[in-house]
Ligand binder design. Structure first.
Ligand code: FNR
Length: 379
């Protein structure tokens, strides 16, 4: 991996190694992908203020996230079907995050279950919850996260209806995936490494769901259940109910509006994530970085503000921190690494971003994460 120098390198290798239907599922966004592009482009436009002749020999990326100390202000975001990019992908990604000293978030829609991951990693991880119509199932899921000693609950609130991703429909990346379509089969046949990894994996279904529903064992029936379960009626009152079951730290993910940020404070969440789901939901929504400053300004002293959307480098992390985020989640950036090389690829992605952040801090004349603010930015 010596010649892999940036996240884009990992993306190119992911694209080569993983069947197109699964790569496209990661790489694309909803509808015209305007928000997906804006996430990346708006970050890039933010310029740094170079400072010189400051002693930057003792740079330290360590920080606290919800009171716990981590190696850097970076979190692996929840990503559904991670285990379809690489066999046992969730376990590999979680191990890589823990080795690097940062949090990992397991998606409700993961392939490896909460128990699969908990049984194969050393430390607690975070669990991301989608609230399904079947509240008995949701309660049981939260109780499983408690039993697995998950250390935070990330409640994703921007998926009450699902934004359409054209590419997924064209590729047959539907629920369930049309793997046996001739076009997909031919493509998959050219990726034997991927096939081997998936066949050798412990799980090839939605592990948090399969086996936890009466009578639904195959991918088709589990997928059909999932598709019918997204709850359009979900509202702020439901948060109290979740609070009554989950005793730990609550992070509300998917906030783009100041009014909603205020509500998140009111319901007593410990953190919120400014996020548009990586440009996969409301196309035409502002980029995450565009709305970050106002949200930080309004609620930043009452709640920990996290950020995601469009981060492809340590420079991007620095930009979000400069505009007030306390930490950043990455989605695609680490999945590209996973698809390219499994666990070592995730480690590589984290390492690349950490080094870029450290160098950028140095060239802006700061030594510590808590020194990063608007002063590191050019006009
Ligand atoms: C996601 N995201 C997501 N979020 C969530 O809360 N639960 C989930 O299951 C998923 N699944 C998912 C799958 C894929 C393939 C992607 C790319 C993203 C959103 C994710 O947590 C995060 O908000 C974005 O990925 C951030 O944007 P970047 O870093 O990918 O640009």
């Amino acid at each position: 991996m010596k010649y892999i120098t940036c996240i884009e390198d990992l993306r190119q290798i992911h694209k080569r190694k993983v069947p197109k239907m699964f790569f496209d599922y990661v790489d694309h966004g909803s509808y015209a992908e305007e928000t997906l592009r804006a996430n990346v482009d708006d970050l890039k436009r933010i310029k740094f203020r170079q400072r010189i002749l400051v002693d930057i020999s003792k740079r330290d990326l360590a920080t606290t996230i919800l009171g716990d100390t981590y190696a850097m202000p970076l979190i692996l975001a929840p990503v559904g079907s991670t285990g379809m990019q690489y066999g046992d992908g969730e376990i590999h990604a979680c191990r890589a995050a823990q080795a690097a000293g940062i949090p990992y978030t397991l998606s409700t829609m993961s392939i490896c279950s909460i128990e699969d991951v908990a049984g194969n990693v050393e430390k607690p991880f975070w669990f991301q919850l989608y609230v399904m119509k079947d509240r008995g199932f949701v309660k049981a899921l939260i109780e499983r996260a408690i039993a697995a000693k998950c250390s935070a609950l990330v409640l994703t609130v921007d998926l009450q209806v699902i934004g359409q991703r054209h590419q997924d429909i064209k590729n047959g990346m539907t629920v369930p995936p049309e793997i046996f379509r001739p076009k997909n089969l031919i493509d998959i046949a050219t990726k034997p490494g991927w096939v081997k990894g998936i066949l050798g994996a412990k799980q090839r279904n939605f592990g948090n769901i399969a086996g936890h529903l009466p009578g639904s064992k195959d991918l088709e029936s589990v997928s059909a259940w999932v598709a019918s379960q997204f709850d359009a009626s979900l509202n702020w009152k439901d948060i109290d109910w979740i609070r009554s079951i989950w005793p730990g730290k609550l992070i509300i993910k998917g906030i783009l509006d100041v009014e909603d940020a205020r509500e998140a404070v009111k319901v007593g969440a410990e953190a919120l994530v400014v996020s548009n789901h990586g440009g996969r939901q409301l196309d035409g929504a502002p980029s995450s970085i565009e709305v970050l400053p106002e949200i930080v300004h309004t609620v930043g002293s009452h709640i920990e503000v996290m950020f995601d959307g469009g981060i492809r480098s340590g420079q991007d992390v620095m930009r979000a921190l400069a505009l007030g985020a306390r930490s950043c989640m990455i989605g695609r950036a680490y999945i590209y690494g996973l698809g390219a090389f499994g666990g070592p690829g995730v480690s590589k992605a984290i390492d690349i971003i950490g080094r870029e952040l450290s160098t950028t801090m140095g060239l802006c004349g700061v030594n510590a994460i808590n020194q990063i603010d608007e002063k590191v930015l050019a006009e």
